[in-house]
Design a binder for this molecule. Structure first.
Ligand SMILES: NC(=O)c1ccc[n+]([C@@H]2O[C@H](COP(=O)([O-])OP(=O)(O)OC[C@H]3O[C@@H](n4cnc5c(N)ncnc54)[C@H](O)[C@@H]3O)[C@@H](O)[C@H]2O)c1
Ligand SMILES: O=P(O)(O)OC[C@H](O)CO
Length: 340
């Protein structure tokens, strides 16, 4: 995102946690640790000081993994200006509290910050944005004027930004697609085929809809970029860490010979496992769905495999063995996804 914003001629102060990342970005204009191979604009200046990074900022982006947001805010919030929009790009649900990133921001930041909070979600691999490939995202904010301000600031011919007011829907979609991508990767890793993957995506959308609506989000968000857009992307590309984790787990379970060397594969797997948000989010979704009484069998299967040690093939087969029923139920005069 820093590279994208810099491509508009805007100077970007980039805070990075690791001193070596700061140094290599400033000296080689490349983030060799987290985004190797992508040249970064000279308009990006990295710093390890949050105070330095945010001084004179007209727009703040918070893009760190969800499990670290609360702690980061606790340590750094006094340095953040409250008069400028703060846009969060993180996708996940906090494990203990079951809060989305926006809910964490609202809880942890004083009230004066709240009016300017926004989230960006949608199909957006960093590796593709970093090299300027066409991308479209949704920016959701409670105050639509804030969303429009961010839309104007970020939009280019290659980066379309749509506005939305359904923050909770956009965020839940971004979190759930990571869990569903693990299921799709696993299905593909087993060689279950394109039919199975399409079914998982479609019934995954049904699960997303039920949870979003129960949490007060809009069903229409599901048909947008944050919903179907990001779900299709993440469930069908090995550029996704979440999809790759599912795929690698299934391949390991099948003991299929890996295409790359064993060492390469397991290095990649451990790296993806550590950063794939769906791994931790699957536990949060299990707890949230239980608390809200929402049935989410695919997400539940991912939870059972990762956190309960259930055999991956058994979990996928269990989904196939569920009772047969109608695809949609009639609910208050409209057709909605059925519960199973
Ligand atoms: N990578 C993508 O393509 C992409 C696209 C859209 C949204 N996102 C979301 O953005 C967020 C960040 O993803 P990412 O791919 O940049 O990171 P990542 O998942 O690759 O994790 C590495 C990043 O986490 C940071 N980090 C590690 N420990 C930390 C700590 N204790 N406190 C603060 N930061 C810490 C590291 O400095 C590094 O920047 C995630 O929520 C992800 O879902 C990522
Ligand atoms: O690599 P993933 O699975 O974390 O997905 C990255 C982005 O969220 C895709 O929109």
């Amino acid at each position: 995102m820093a590279n994208h914003v810099a491509s508009k001629g805007i100077f970007v102060n980039l805070w990075a946690r690791e001193e070596e990342v700061v140094q290599i970005i400033n000296s080689k204009h490349e983030n060799t640790t987290f985004l190797a191979g992508i040249p970064l604009s000279e308009k990006i200046v990295a710093t390890a000081s949050v105070a330095e990074a945010v001084s004179e900022a007209e727009l703040l982006f918070l893009i760190i993994p969800t499990p670290f947001i609360a702690k980061w805010l606790e340590e750094n919030q006094t340095m953040l200006p409250w008069q400028v929009p703060l846009v969060c790009f993180s996708k996940g649900i906090e494990q203990q509290s079951l809060r989305t990133p926006y809910e964490i921001l609202v809880d942890e930041l004083p009230g004066k910050y709240h009016a300017k909070l926004a989230v960006v979600s949608g199909p957006s691999f960093a590796k593709e944005i970093g090299v300027g490939l066409p991308t479209s995202v949704t920016c959701a904010a409670q105050d639509i004027e804030v969303a429009k301000q961010i839309q104007l600031a970020l939009a280019t011919r290659n980066f379309r930004v749509y506005t939305a007011s359904d923050v909770i829907g956009a965020e839940l979609c971004g979190a759930l697609k990571n869990v569903l991508a693990i299921a799709c990767g696993a299905s593909d890793g087993f060689g279950f085929g394109a039919n199975a993957r399409a079914a998982l995506i479609t019934r995954g959308l049904a699960e997303m809809t039920r949870l979003v609506v129960k949490k007060g989000g809009k069903a229409s968000t599901i048909t947008g970029l944050a919903g179907v857009g990001d779900l299709v992307l993440t469930c069908s590309s090995s550029l996704s860490r979440n999809y790759s984790v599912g795929q690698a787990m299934a391949m390991a379970a099948r003991s299929q010979p890996q295409q790359k060397s064993k060492e390469d594969s397991s290095n990649n797997f451990n790296r993806d496992l550590a950063v794939a948000e769906g791994v931790k989010t699957s536990l949060a979704v299990h707890l949230l769905a239980e608390r809200l009484g929402v049935e989410m069998p695919i997400c539940e299967s991912v939870y059972e495999v990762i956190h309960k040690g259930i055999d991956i093939k058994t979990a996928l087969r269990k989904l196939q063995d569920r009772p047969l029923r109608a695809e949609h139920d009639e609910y208050q005069g409209t057709w909605v996804w059925s519960a199973l």
